[in-house]
Design a binder for this molecule. Structure first.
Ligand code: PEP
Ligand code: MG
Length: 584
């Protein structure tokens, strides 16, 4: 039966495919297809892992001390039973043989299916056995990892490459459905085989949504109970434009969305023609279109999209999910140099690490967050709390600046004391490099304006910095007191709120009056509905996901910046700017 689930539109486009349910805790499991002639070897791999776990548990059981509680032996029995369960093993075999999933993916998929059955059991004792299933799965995965695979995972491949690899056998797109997904886990799915994704939780500018947008696949977040209502293998349409999921669509709905999908593809082809067109308004004003990136490898997409530099390199993605071990100076230096070289002489703005809130260092830390993580030890506060860590990053960035034009951007400053501390640490990092005789380059220094306090003391900021970059995602969150990652208050997260627009307008105007550079690097910069307003407010530098650049360029080519100026003033003076903004 067809039904729809409403959430928040995150990333444009339509995806139609079969659902793959992925538990957040299992997102780090590799997902790839194996070649059809290797399925037997993969099944054998699972068998070997299962045998090893059975042997391990049997040994533990045999060596149990005499005074061990009898429940322990009984529990181990349950684990053995689960491991030898026919349904579980034939299920895993099915995913490998019929769907060509790799072993780890097959094990976790079957685990998910089983776990749901346990959830639905009425008997509390049986329901609690889900924890045993979890432990058994965990052990299996550990063995699979340790044993290594005779079938090497292919290099991350895009869907078309997967199709080439597997021929027609698996010509069914897959869409990922999860309760939640940490931003670092989303990174695992970059360049992956999924055609779209949806999560139960999250806001439009949560970092998970931001990474999804950078992958340019249709996505919906905040779809509440999607991961409960959708079953493995259900056909799902993800309408990333309207923020809707349609489950088990009828043929007529499928045909309509198939048509929309093709329209979208045509539109993309049309936009592609703008790749080499300079970003100039009708009245001849030059606009700088920069890219936001998460990893050095993203520079490829930035160059292809015609970005004239990187306006925001979110360096924190180099720090995530490493089990607490932070990247050392050499590793960071290597990554920054790769980004600089990737941009082929164009400037790269590297933001110092912005860990915390919805971007935890480790996915497991997500559970143990503080009461108000967005107001806690995040971004520059985290860096200033650990000077040796911060100095390591600063040295790496300064050294990378010897290879090209690098700008150093500092997130979430709100206090002049923080500014002074940061600048003194930058001086200290330079002194350390001098002492070492290391080569480093000059950098322009910029501050993010993403806390209202910063937007209200622009003169002070401009005394210390060469340029400012508006982080509208956080500026909206902190101005309106709305958690950007909480779907329950997403309707109040309003980029057009007069208070937000006033802070944005003031920042642009103050930078202009002092002859300093200013850009917007929050999601507002890539939102085509905001392009005309930002142009009218005088903004000439926009930084966004490479995938948004051409659509924004199209708006710029159609705009007359001089004529937009009085209209923009009217919009920000209005009680209800959205009314004017969305008027045709
Ligand atoms: C912002 O807050 O607008 C921004 C660009 O930073 P991030 O989204 O990484 O917090
Ligand atoms: Mg921010």
């Amino acid at each position: 039966m067809t039904f729809s689930i409403h959430g928040l539109a995150v990333s444009r486009g339509i995806a139609i495919g079969r659902a793959v349910l992925v538990a957040s805790s299992r997102a780090d499991v590799a997902h790839y297809f194996i070649e059809p002639n290797k399925t037997s070897a993969e099944v054998q791999r699972v068998r070997a892992a299962r045998d090893a776990v059975v042997e391990e548990i049997t040994r533990v059981q045999r060596d149990l001390p005499k005074d061990a509680p009898p429940e322990l032996a009984a529990l181990l029995d349950v684990h053995l039973m689960l491991l030898q369960d026919e349904q579980l093993s034939s299920g895993v075999k099915h995913w490998i043989q019929d769907r060509h999933y790799n072993a780890e993916w097959a094990v976790t998929t079957q685990y998910e299916a089983f776990a749901r059955q346990f959830d639905e059991m009425e008997d509390p004792y049986l329901r609690e056995r889900k924890a045993d299933l979890e432990q058994v799965t965990e052990r299996l995965l550990r063995y699979l990892k340790g044993a290594g695979s005779p079938v090497q995972p292919p290099a991350p491949a895009r869907r078309e490459q997967q199709d080439l690899l597997l021929g027609d056998t698996l010509d069914v797109p897959l869409v990922l459905i999860a309760h939640d997904m940490a931003p670092a886990d989303m990174m695992q799915f970059k360049q992956s085989l999924f055609a779209g994704f949806a999560t139960d939780v999250g806001g439009r500018t949560s970092h998970t949504a931001i990474v999804a947008r950078s992958m340019d696949i249709p996505a919906v977040v905040g779809a509440r109970s999607a991961s409960q209502l959708i079953k493995q293998d259900d056909w799902v349409i993800i309408d990333g434009e309207a923020g809707v999921l349609i489950v088990d669509p009828s043929p007529i709905i499928l045909a309509e969305y198939g048509f929309k999908q093709r329209q979208g593809e045509l539109e993309r082809e049309r936009l592609n023609r703008l790749r080499h067109t300079p970003a100039l308004t009708l009245d001849g004003q030059k606009v700088e279109l920069l890219a936001n990136i998460e990893l050095p490898e993203d520079t490829k997409g930035a160059v292809v999209a015609g970005a004239v530099g990187v306006g925001l390199f979110r360096s924190e993605f180099l720090f995530m999910n490493r089990g607490g071990a932070l990247p050392d100076e050499e590793e960071q230096y290597g990554a920054y140099v790769r980004a600089v070289e990737g941009m082929q002489g164009l400037p790269v703005t590297i933001r110092t690490v912005d860990i915390g809130s919805d971007k935890p260092l480790d996915r497991h830390a997500r559970q143990e967050t503080h009461l108000n993580p967005a107001l806690g030890l995040r971004a520059i506060r985290w860096s200033l709390a650990d000077p040796p860590m911060f100095l390591t990053q600063l040295r790496a960035i300064l050294r990378a600046a010897a290879h090209g034009q690098v700008n150093l951007l500092v997130p979430m400053l709100g206090h002049v004391r923080e500014i002074r501390q940061t600048l003194s640490l930058i001086d200290h990092a330079r002194a350390q490099l001098d002492n070492r005789g290391a080569v480093y380059g000059a950098v322009k220094l910029g501050a993010m304006i993403e806390v209202p306090a910063a937007a209200l003391m622009l003169k002070v900021f401009l005394k210390y910095f060469d340029f400012l970059s508006l982080g509208t995602n956080d500026l909206i969150q902190y101005t309106l007191a709305i958690d950007r990652a909480d779907e329950a208050v997403a309707h109040l997260y309003d980029p057009c709120h007069p208070a937000v627009l006033k802070l944005v307008a003031d920042t642009i105007a103050e930078c202009h009056s002092q002859g300093k550079g200013v850009s917007v690097c929050g999601e507002m910069a890539g939102d085509v509905a905001m392009t005309r307003l930002l142009l009218g407010l005088g903004l000439r530098s926009f930084s966004m996901h490479p995938t948004q650049i051409l659509a924004v360029k199209q708006q710029i080519l159609r705009a007359d910046a001089t004529k937009l100026q009085p209209w923009a003033q009217q919009v920000i003076d209005s009680e209800d700017p959205a009314q004017l903004l969305y008027k045709p």
